[in-house]
Design a protein around this ligand. Structure first.
Ligand SMILES: Nc1nc2c([nH]c(=O)n2[C@H]2C[C@H](O)[C@@H](COP(=O)(O)OP(=O)(O)OP(=O)(O)O)O2)c(=O)[nH]1
Length: 150
């Protein structure tokens, strides 16, 4: 009988892609979601605003930059509240995505990159075709918002 090979979680480690995302929450407790536009990978799927962290950029700086580029808003790094993170195998890369909550910003979020924007109630998140890596965020956000409902 041959010896049992050691158990490993994964055959090999893939390149880590560091992406940051923000859950914007307005005064009515609605959250902002964005639909990826034609021409991008996963066009038509919904996601949270954000994007890839560039070389020599902190996650918070990257997110402030992405929010400016995608939504035309000004956010402060200190207003980004760490919420959770996603760490998952996406096939050709391993996605590591810190997710922040944001309740204060300057300006009105506007589509700057042809994405469709929607303000939705947290309980409507489950009905959207969200990017698969984002699915664990749905129950976590629902639980977060339930804590504040009467
Ligand atoms: N912004 C954002 N990206 C997400 C989320 N969930 C998720 O899996 N991603 C993935 C999709 C992409 O592979 C990557 C985000 O990168 P991106 O949006 O800057 O990249 P992209 O491929 O759309 O753009 P580009 O390289 O063509 O400029 O992270 C999310 O909620 N928000």
């Amino acid at each position: 009988m041959s010896p049992t090979p050691p158990r490993t979680n994964q055959a090999r480690t893939r390149r880590i892609l560091l992406v940051v995302a923000a859950v914007l929450i307005d005064r009515e407790g609605q959250i902002l979601v964005a639909q990826r536009p034609e021409g991008k990978s996963y066009a038509g799927w919904w996601e949270f605003p954000g994007g890839k962290v560039e070389r020599d950029e902190s996650p918070e700086r990257a997110l402030v930059r992405e929010l400016g580029e995608e939504l035309g808003i000004e956010a402060l790094e200190e207003d980004l509240e760490p919420f959770t993170f996603i760490s998952t195998d996406c096939g050709s890369f391993h996605l590591l995505m810190p997710v922040y909550l944001l309740q204060h910003w300057e300006g009105t979020p506007t589509s700057r990159e042809n994405q469709t924007l929607a303000w939705i109630r947290p309980e409507a998140l489950g009905g959207l075709q969200l990017l698969k890596p984002d699915l664990p965020l749905v129950p976590r956000l629902e639980a977060y918002f339930q804590r504040f409902s009467p």
